[in-house]
Design a protein. Structure first.
Lengths: 329, 329
DNA sequence: CTGAAAGCGCTTACAG
DNA sequence: CTGAAAGCGCTTACAG
């Protein structure tokens, strides 16, 4: 591994000159530039990223903190975050918080250690105040943390409305919404608002259930349905689930307990992630979030914040959603 | 953001002393240590990771290169790689090669820029020679690149045998194996060997088809089945697919074309990743790879290689597989 | 037990 | 158009 000094010696110029060639400075004679370039290839020289970062006081790495990259929704989100970052010269440091608050905090400390230039935050256990002490680029997925921290998310309110209105238009008279915990003030809570308002406007009976955040797995959801949801199932004829894995777990529960979907019970999910798109039996009726665009915007915006050194230019963005009709309604 | 100098000044000691406290050196008086510790908390000081890396000439980051983190198999693998890395003080830089050779190469250059201390390579388009010029810690998933580069993988040969024997035991008389390209010398090719030998030993007719690596998506597989596999379907009664998404695509194709599974055609997949485990209709018969253990070993071993500075102590490892019976056989 | 100084490999005013 | 020197924020022999 040779350093810039070796190149300078080999090309018979100063270190400064080599650095200038490396960084494409204009005022260099064609001859000198070529000499340096030749030495670089001759020695197979590669600039040391750490040294460059230290002297430029910048890191081309973005931290991405999510609950679990094996969850199909986040797997897909991360893919698009990474692709966009890569296209803009950044790499991503992937962190699974596993919904553990301590881990979230310790991952965020990467900012203070200057390991990363900014963070995309998709895991939401730490309370809002903590973030205000950081004063460095952070953008979130689907959570409001304060006016100086932008978020990107889908139009959860409209999503809630679309899902609910669809259930009502399909003939449902009594609805249930199964939601993630409202304790965390995430934008996803607005799905419940959309649900509630649409029910009220249509003069429809409704109930809302909140599961706690833990493992976001099929098994957890299935257990939750068995213990908490199933007692209500006789009173209702339509369910709006806060995500597709949950919706699928409910569908499977119904199949196993001779509840006919969509005849007796209609189900709408949320996300339309890869798993849902692949699933053929059943095709779940769901609200589609534009995952690729969300990922892209998270990356682009955090990069803009990093490079501008300012937050004001970046605004929170809410992206359109649409209903995808399957056979569960 | 304050530096080690500020802490030194605040505590009235030298920078050296602060550094010693930071690095838990033994020979420091309790009093001095406490003074420094107090200053650190008073100033909310966090050591600069870049500076430390530069002077120690080490990076606590592992590069992870895979084709696509949104593929359920890799999503799960990455999760376990990351968890293990984190538990050992390392972070991971996630790279999706999207099966693009250029990207693979440029991601590997991270090693030469000292951005990462080592690389876990799960994407296999570059030919073997290239790696020999790197002389730095690399470990691969499922591919042999040379004696000095260990790999971790499941027992592909046995997997192929198990799948094939199971089809034969279920009454199949004429088998097809759909495999990834054999051009890349990955360990996965041994699945075909296991298949072939088991067919020969049992005196069974067989054929092998190779699809090209491109997008590893359901849609690609479905199209491939339509154009290339379907003409053969009348001659055979059992298929061993090289992965579960492919097996699922085949199942869906059969459903859509009135081919009864498992009656007319029996199907065995490979992987038993999250998608397959979640899938209830149908539960696919498949060969389960121990994904969590593979991820864990990839991390642990690359870390050992990094810290030992030697390759010899790390050996390639082949992990056991088992058959999971579903309803497609 | 503690500190002054050199060094890690770059970049960037400053000077010519 | 080019170079000598200081600096980024740490660590680590070396000396006492």
């Amino acid at each position: 591994m040779c350093s810039i000094k070796d190149v300078a010696k080999h090309a018979n110029v100063s270190v400064t000159t080599v650095s200038r060639v490396l960084n494409d400075f204009p005022n260099i004679s064609a001859k000198t530039r070529q000499k340096v370039l030749d030495s670089i290839t001759a020695l197979d020289y590669h600039p040391d990223y750490m040294a460059r970062s230290l002297s430029k006081q910048q890191s081309l790495i973005i931290g991405v903190i999510i609950p679990d990259c094996s969850h199909p929704f986040f797997a897909e989100l991360v893919k698009h975050i990474e692709m966009t970052a890569e296209n803009n010269g950044y790499k991503i440091l992937l962190c699974n918080s596993l919904n553990d608050e301590k881990k979230e905090r310790s991952y965020i400390n990467m900012l203070k250690e200057k390991r990363v230039a900014g963070i995309i935050m998709g895991s939401h256990l730490i309370n809002t105040d903590f973030y205000q002490s950081i004063h460095r680029p952070i953008i979130t997925f689907d959570r409001y943390l304060g006016d100086n921290i932008p978020y990107i998310g889908s139009d959860n309110f409209t999503g809630g409305q679309l899902a609910t209105q669809h259930l009502i238009d399909s003939g449902c008279k009594s609805l249930l919404h199964i939601s993630g915990s409202h304790q965390l003030h995430t934008q996803a809570n607005k799905r419940s608002d959309g649900f509630k308002i649409t029910c009220i406007e249509n003069d429809i009976n409704y109930q809302i259930l909140e599961y706690q955040y833990a493992q976001l797995t099929f098994d957890y959801y299935y257990e939750y349905i068995k213990t908490t949801v199933s007692p209500l199932l006789s009173e209702i004829d339509g369910v709006f689930c806060s995500n597709d894995i949950l919706a699928y777990a409910l569908y499977v529960y119904c199949t196993n307990h001779d509840i006919s979907v969509p005849k007796t019970l209609k189900i709408v999910g949320y996300d339309y992630c890869q798993f849902t798109r692949l699933l053929q039996h059943p095709r779940i009726t769901t609200i589609a979030q534009p995952i690729p665009i969300i990922g892209e915007l998270l990356s682009k915006n955090i990069i803009q914040m990093i490079e501008d050194g300012e937050t004001h230019n970046v605004y929170s963005q809410t992206l359109g959603v649409k209903l995808v009709k399957g056979i569960t309604t």
